[in-house]
Design a binder for this molecule. Structure first.
Ligand code: ATP
Ligand code: MG
Length: 238
């Protein structure tokens, strides 16, 4: 089966600093694939490059059968690749509903947009209850729901989530992870970047461990969860 996303030997640099040093991985339709790794490993840089916000030095990205290497961010979204960024980046002074609508900025089907906003409120009732309030009044976990809801408004074939559990209480983190599992059950393909390796690997079909710009270990979520070196380095065991 051909992959929905195929990344080959991707290199990305900030000036002279090579942040991603030739990584390869693929994501098949219906899967959750996770990239885990410590601070500075290059996870965010990888997602920002896939979504067209950064231009790679070399390598190739094929998405849904088409080469998108170096293609701009608008076109990448239009092709069905959505990105819920690190730190959420919601617009605090706009209402929750306005934030959701921004996720649909490329769509022209007003009825479909309305329907999908209603589905966001079904998925995340708190967003519906507070739809007319400024998004900045939401808690961290609620803002994460909004960031995911907004990314879903582009009707993506692949949803990329950068550290959705960052800064959340254990209960809220659990809720976000359950939401990710639900999205998968509904057929959404997900590329999940997480520092919480335990949570991410428990959900993932495939995982890749990144260290200073390279993939150093790959396997199924279950294999990596039981791998001794992963348990030592990322799950706090000695
Ligand atoms: N705008 C930038 N300019 C220069 N260097 C950068 C820039 N953004 C990131 N870097 C560097 O690139 C490397 C990879 O950073 P990146 O943010 O991709 O890591 P990460 O795996 O997402 O880390 P974290 O888990 O802390 O979010 C780091 O060494 C970082 O300092
Ligand atoms: Mg990051």
């Amino acid at each position: 089966m051909t992959a929905l996303l195929e990344v080959k030997d991707l290199k990305v640099a900030y000036g002279k600093i090579e942040a991603v040093k030739g990584i390869s991985f693929s994501v098949h339709a219906g899967e959750i694939v996770t990239l885990i790794g410590t601070n500075g490993a290059g996870k965010t840089t990888t997602l920002r490059t896939l979504s067209g916000l950064l231009k790679p030095v070399s390598g190739s990205v094929v998405f849904d059968g088409e080469e998108i290497t170096g293609v701009g961010a608008h076109k990448v979204v239009a092709k069905g690749l959505a990105h819920s960024p690190e730190g959420r980046r919601i617009f605090p002074n706009l209402t929750i509903e306005e934030n959701l609508k921004l996720g649909a900025f490329l769509r022209k089907d007003a009825d479909g947009i309305e329907r999908d906003i209603e589905s966001s409120y079904e998925r995340f009732p708190i967003l519906g209850e507070r739809r007319r309030q400024a998004a900045g009044t939401l808690s961290g976990g609620e803002q994460q729901m909004l960031a995911m809801g907004r990314a879903l408004m582009s009707q993506p074939k692949l949803l990329m989530l950068d550290e959705p559990s960052m800064g959340l209480s254990p209960i809220m983190m659990q809720k976000i992870m359950e939401t990710i599992a639900e999205l998968k059950a509904q057929g959404t393909t997900i590329l999940l970047v997480e520092q919480n390796a335990q949570a991410a690997l428990s959900l993932a079909d495939q995982g890749h461990v990144m260290e200073i710009g390279k993939v150093v270990l790959s396997g199924t979520g279950a294999d990596l969860l039981h791998d001794e070196s992963v348990r030592k380095a990322y799950l706090g065991e000695d």
